[in-house]
Design a protein around this ligand. Structure first.
Ligand code: GAP
Length: 521
């Protein structure tokens, strides 16, 4: 168990709403389950995380480190459509197999993911006594557990409801009053359907992508043919993905519309194990570099029986996981790193009819020809896939940053890593007179020119200085620069440090260099 106290998710959500990080989507119409919008601070926070990924993955892959083959890591970007030819999703297995087991309650009309429903019964009496079912970590859990305690006392056992099979006659649903109102689990495809064109017949069905990955696989050959990259190399993209989750929950953690940041890294099958280990370890380091350090972050290798169909033959799958307040003491997945083998390229080779044309010709491999040069080898590269959730990353950053502090007027401050802070600096005139607002405006404008591409530079002259600091603490702004009467005589400003509350004086013309150094740019 961690020394970190578990933070209150209610307080974090309340700050997110109050300060404009995250709003419920369509809120004025009562919201829409599983959809969230980002307010002004949240939109910039999310952009900063996406930009950090883009910079460290695409522009300067792995911080300039060499891969296991001793060469620099090569990655090129892509931006593919949300809607693809439906055959893409047949080939990838999503039409046939992207299902969750779903249970309905006939009494309450509630719908549950069968693998999220747990149950308690009296030991050895599963089919005679009532079985109390509940959703783990939900308000209904306490109610059902209390009922089970009353009925069975210490003589209880807990199990997954799907272990029970389909005989739910004795089961009391998580929110139900009557016994036996749950339906047996049935497969529910998670892809959102839509229609292309005006006729809207079965032939016009298309799907919103459930992952960005397939857009990359279908362009593997195009990228090889139109750039100078060769295996081993990666293709990376960020973008929206959609899943009609049976039970969206835990704030933005399980949403129906979310954004992914995915790399498909193509390598020779013999090198897959080394590249898998390389990506797994670097991705963990990357998340740590953004302030998700300590024992709230773990790297977890999957057990063989947890592996997705495409990873079964591979070197493994691991998750970078964060201890969210709603998972504590457990962890929730931020990113999966999977060895997908050559599953996807083979599937697309078969379904598109391209066959061996999708194979890669590697001129550096194969037996030596009479001229001493390798003859070359044709193969389907294997794929290592680090697939991260942007919204989950933002949520982890929000949870990690949230720092209660009763000594501050705000009672809390957001200790974002400076790279992620949506507001990079604030400039305050102490009072609204004596030329202070003008000086503040000049400084703010100089800082915006230099740092505006990284985040906001706030200029605020309303309310007391204490209230303005409190606002910046809740927004997670790392540095506030205050123009006061001394500035008018010696051209220095006060810098207030968010985390330590320390204050120091800096020459006004040294502020850009000061901030640049602190932001690491
Ligand atoms: N291409 C592989 C793939 O999509 P995944 O584990 O299903 O793998 C990758 O998804 C990441 O996308 C997850 O680690 C998670 O961060 C994010 N993600 C998946 N489903 C999500 C959801 N319903 N809401 C928010 N993020 C989700």
């Amino acid at each position: 168990m961690s020394a970190n106290p578990v933070k209150s998710m209610d307080e974090i959500m309340s700050l997110c709403k109050r300060r404009g990080f995250v709003y419920p989507a369509s809120e004025i119409y009562g919201g829409i389950n599983g959809f969230w919008d980002y307010g002004p601070l949240g939109a910039q926070l999310k952009k900063n995380l996406r930009d950090a990924w883009w910079q460290d993955v695409v522009m300067n892959p792995c911080w300039g480190r060499s891969g296991p083959d001793g060469n620099p890591v090569e990655i090129v970007p892509l931006d593919s459509c949300i809607i693809q030819n439906p055959k893409v999703w047949e080939a990838s297995g999503h039409v046939g197999g992207f299902n969750d087991p779903m249970i309905d309650c006939r009494e309450t009309k509630a719908r549950y993911r069968a693998d999220h429903v747990r149950a308690v019964s009296g030991k050895g009496k599963r089919h005679e006594a009532p079985v109390f079912a509940f959703i783990k970590d939900s308000p209904a859990e306490a109610k059902q557990r209390k009922a089970a305690d009353k009925k069975f006392g210490d003589e209880q056992e807990e199990f997954d409801l799907i272990e029970l099979g389909t005989d739910f006659a004795h089961v009391l649903g998580p929110d139900a009053k009557e016994l036996g109102t749950l339906t047996p689990p049935r497969a529910f495809n998670l892809m959102f359907k839509t229609y292309i064109g005006a006729t809207a017949t079965e032939d016009d069905i298309a799907y919103l992508r459930p992952e960005t990955a397939q857009g990359i696989f279908v362009h593997f050959k195009n990228v090889i043919d139109t750039t100078r990259v060769g295996v081993p190399f990666g293709i990376a993209q960020t973008g929206k993905a959609f899943r009609n989750e049976v039970t969206p929950r835990n704030f933005t953690f399980r949403s129906r519309e979310f954004e992914q940041m995915e790399i498909e890294f193509f390598c020779h099958p013999d090198q897959a194990k080394d590249w898998y280990a390389f990506w797994r370890d670097w991705r963990m380091e990357w998340w740590k570099s953004l302030g998700l350090a300590g024992d709230n972050l773990i790297l977890r290798e999957h057990d063989r029986d947890e592996l997705a169909h495409y990873a079964k033959e591979g070197a493994g799958t691991s998750d970078v996981e964060y201890r969210f307040p709603f998972t504590a003491p457990g962890f929730g997945e931020l990113e999966g790193i999977a060895h997908r083998t050559d599953f996807d390229l083979r599937q697309h080779a078969e379904h598109s009819g391209l066959g061996d044309k999708l194979k890669y010709f590697d001129s550096t491999r194969g037996e030596p020809a009479p001229n001493g040069q390798p003859k070359g080898e044709k193969y389907f590269p294997h794929v290592i896939e680090p697939s991260a959730g942007l919204d989950r990353g933002v949520l982890a950053a929000l949870c990690e940053a949230f720092t209660p502090d009763p000594e501050r007027p705000s009672g809390v401050y957001m200790k974002f890593h400076p790279r992620l802070s949506p507001i990079k600096a604030a400039v305050f005139p102490l009072v609204k007179k004596d030329g202070m607002p003008e000086k503040a405006a000049t400084l703010a404008s100089a800082l915006r020119k230099k740092f505006g591409h990284l985040g906001a530079i706030e200029m605020d002259e309303k309310q007391s200085i204490g209230k303005r600091y409190a606002r910046m603490d809740e927004a997670g702004c790392p540095f506030c620069f205050t123009i006061d009467s001394d500035t008018l005589t010696d051209d220095t400003v006060t810098v207030r440090h968010r985390d330590t509350l320390a204050q120091e004086r800096v020459a006004m013309d040294a502020v850009p260099a000061f901030l640049g150094e602190k932001l690491g740019v």
